[in-house]
Design a binder for this molecule. Structure first.
Ligand code: NAD
Length: 247
């Protein structure tokens, strides 16, 4: 089992990141719950501490290099080491390609793609400096390997995340750092918005005809951080209820 490690989770105030924080803390890890939403991050950390776990909240905008670097320093100052990061914070911004102005494009690339580079770069540098081995997990998407209408920016960002997990794994293996990805299908979190008709349509794309609960993704993320997953390197694991295989 994953345990006794210091792990940073971005997007830890909500959805997949929050569930991953709960599960990784329950497995005995100390968690930095990092998010733009400071109140939400504090709430996640407080819930972990109320269950006897170790957690600290940190406000970060993952699209800003200097803030990600500060987040890494905070983890080491707080828990004395760093054994992993779950680079998970992200946004969606659906627009037809012909309306995909540079601001809309760059917003998603900055938050969903550049953030993962910053997390890998500053996180791995610090881990190597400390001689700390561990794992970096990056949240991609089914839309990192297949195109969806209105998702030109998101498709580009998530495809880059898939490749950064491979490329990162290749370069960091010699330092005892594994880099892997997780590609969720349609997960029941606030990022999907509140259009119930759309959610029903997305549910129908899964084998079980329902949205996937964030705990299901967190289960896989916890496994990816564990020693049992030591032979998974550079891969992005789909948690998509069959979507990529059968639809
Ligand atoms: P969510 O909206 O519940 O959580 C996303 C979190 O990221 C929020 O707490 C938000 O405050 C935080 N965040 C957004 N921008 C940030 C920034 N600039 N800096 C710091 N934090 C920021 O959504 P979720 O579904 O849990 O999303 C987590 C990840 O999963 C994202 O990368 C998303 O693209 C990916 N994903 C989600 C789905 C889905 O269907 N829910 C599918 C595929 C991939």
């Amino acid at each position: 089992m994953a345990g006794n490690k210091a792990i940073i989770i971005t997007g830890g105030a909500s959805g997949i990141g929050r569930e991953a924080a709960y599960q990784l803390a329950k497995a005995g890890n100390a968690i930095v719950v990092a998010d733009f939403n400071e109140e939400g991050a504090k709430e996640t950390a407080a819930n972990i501490e109320a269950q006897g776990g170790k957690a600290a909240a940190f406000k970060v905008d993952v699209s800003k290099a200097e803030e990600v670097e500060a987040m890494v320093d905070f983890a080491v100052d707080t828990f004395g080491t760093l054994n992993g990061l779950f680079n998970n914070a992200g946004i969606g911004l659906v627009k037809p390609l012909l309306e995909m102005d540079p601001a809309s494009y760059h917003k998603v690339i900055d938050v969903d793609q550049h953030s993962v580079y910053y997390g890998i770069y500053y996180g791995a540098k610090k881990m190597v400096e400390l001689g700390a081995k561990g794992t970096i997990v990056n949240t991609a998407s089914i839309y990192g390997s297949m195109a969806a209408k209105g998702s030109f920016n998101y498709n580009a960002a998530k495809a880059a995340v898939v490749m950064m997990s491979k490329s990162g794994a290749l370069e960091l293996a010699e330092h005892g750092i594994r880099v892997v990805g997780v590609a969720p299908g349609f997960i029941d979190t606030p990022i999907l918005g509140d259009n119930e008709e759309m959610k029903k349509a997305l549910s129908a794309l899964h084998m079980h005809n329902q949205l996937i609960q964030p705990e299901k993704v967190a289960n896989v993320v916890k496994f990816l951080f564990s020693e049992e997953a030591s032979a998974i390197n550079g891969s992005t694991v789909a948690v998509d209820d069959g979507f990529l295989s059968f639809k």
